[in-house]
Design a protein around this ligand. Structure first.
Ligand code: ASP
Ligand code: MG
Length: 422
């Protein structure tokens, strides 16, 4: 049997009717059995559902915005389907279920679980619409619920993959279908052993593509993006960017670690382990070669600029006149681990530990309250972490000019500052 190929289309590639038609055009000569098409929520739908959850949390009305979200999906369907197509009642039903789930009790204690149960509707809507559209233009695909394939632990919002179970499920439930048809499924979502919906972290659909590739030992993964491939800076913010035609897994992984949002950080490892090549290509120019990430790629020394926004700098200062020692670092990291917060940058001095973390609802408060007895804590929000890989003095000087700098760190291969950009 031919090996499976995985395609992944993100929110921008299904953001409206034109985009969905374009996706079908891309697939027209490429669609075949043994292909899995992973799709995320349309456009900004996930942010839209997050807003519904915030309204609910603040005891405000969420129905009105839920109706707006529904109208947006129905409007896309009106452009794609005949009036009497069954997709319209499907979308209506999914919104009835979404509202029903939003009506359930929500508190800071069950926030993460509630979030996952509700946020998955974005992906469910997108995959139903795309599947029905492809079938309507004679590109027959089968819809699969990713929650029956991707098994995770119960770490809601940042669930960890149960690789063994996932592989078993993919082999028993996906492979037999793939022998006959291409399959459309959702990115980002999975389920725990009890069948409760979990998610893999924001922008996690790329990771889903890698998980499926690894579980099926696929021959390649292609991520279709609105950029020509992987560039040495975000083309939406910097002029004169340079496209990497090829990248080593390691260099690609490093870029995603520092916040290059072109692919999700967890995507590379499962592919590198099995030597499965990853292509990043433009859905606006599907014939162009894009970037190929694989083990034999030539490594490069091109300065690469990465911005990670919405960062918080937290400094923990010892209260007595002791110096920072291992136990202090332990205490801080212990809490970070419990809150599933990753440190993006760390610096210690004689009397303080400074860490840079992402913004996450309730987590800063929890961190502060746990560590307040031990440390004097200060923090700054709304910062940006600027990383330059393979830096040179000219690039550094250009990038930091005029910035308000809070923390700076430099090694031979990496230069980083935490700053305020506005
Ligand atoms: N729809 C989800 C998000 O926006 C997952 C993804 O796009 O990969 O985070
Ligand atoms: Mg998305």
């Amino acid at each position: 049997m031919a090996k499976t190929v995985i395609y992944k289309f993100g929110g921008a590639s299904v953001k409206d009717a034109v985009a969905v038609r374009n996706l079908a055009d891309i697939l027209r000569n490429r669609l075949r059995k043994n292909m899995v098409i992973v799709i995320s929520a349309m456009g900004k739908t996930t942010n839209g559902i997050e807003n519904l959850i915030s309204s609910k949390l603040a005891n405000q009305d969420f129905y009105q915005n839920s109706t707006i979200l529904k109208s947006q999906h129905l409007a896309i369907c009106q452009e794609l389907f005949a009036e009497n197509h069954s997709i319209f009642s499907k979308v209506e039903n999914l919104f009835i279920q979404l509202n029903h789930d939003l009506e359930k009790p929500l508190s800071p204690e069950n926030y993460d679980e509630f979030y996952d149960r509700v946020i998955c509707y974005g992906e469910l809507l997108a995959t139903h619409i795309v599947m029905e559209y492809l079938c309507s233009v004679d590109q027959i695909v089968v819809w699969k619920d990713a929650r029956e394939l991707i098994q995770t632990d119960s770490g809601f919002r940042f669930a960890k993959i149960n690789w063994e179970q996932t592989k078993k499920k993919c082999e028993s439930q996906l492979l037999p279908v793939l022998e006959q048809f291409p399959v459309v499924t959702q990115g980002f979502i999975g389920s725990d052993a009890k069948g409760r919906t979990t998610t893999l972290g924001r922008e996690g659909s790329d990771f889903t593509a890698a998980i499926l590739a690894s579980s099926l030992n696929a021959s390649s993964v292609t991520i279709w993006k609105d950029v020509p491939g992987i560039l040495n800076a975000d083309p939406k913010r910097f002029p004169n960017t340079q496209l990497f035609e090829e990248l080593e897994y390691r260099q690609a992984a490093e870029m995603t670690y520092y916040g290059a949002s072109v692919i999700h950080p967890k995507t590379i490892k499962p592919l590198a382990n099995l030597g499965i090549p990853l292509f990043v290509k433009s859905f606006l120019n599907p014939g162009a070669s894009g970037t190929k990430i694989f083990s034999e790629a030539k490594s490069h020394q091109i300065p690469t600029i990465i911005l990670k926004e919405k960062q918080i700098l937290v400094s923990f200062k010892v209260k007595d006149f002791t110096f920072i020692e291992e136990s202090h670092i332990h205490a801080v990291y212990d809490q970070l681990q419990q809150l599933k917060l990753r440190v993006n940058m760390l610096q210690t001095s004689a009397i303080s530990i400074s860490i840079v973390i992402d913004v996450q609802l309730f987590k800063l408060e929890k961190l502060l309250s746990q560590l307040k007895p031990q440390f004097e804590i200060r923090y700054n929000e709304g910062l940006t972490l600027l990383t330059i890989l393979h830096p040179n003095p000219t690039v550094i000087a250009e990038q930091v000019a005029g910035l308000e700098i809070f923390l700076e760190q430099s090694t031979r291969t990496t230069y980083q500052v935490v700053c305020r950009t506005d």
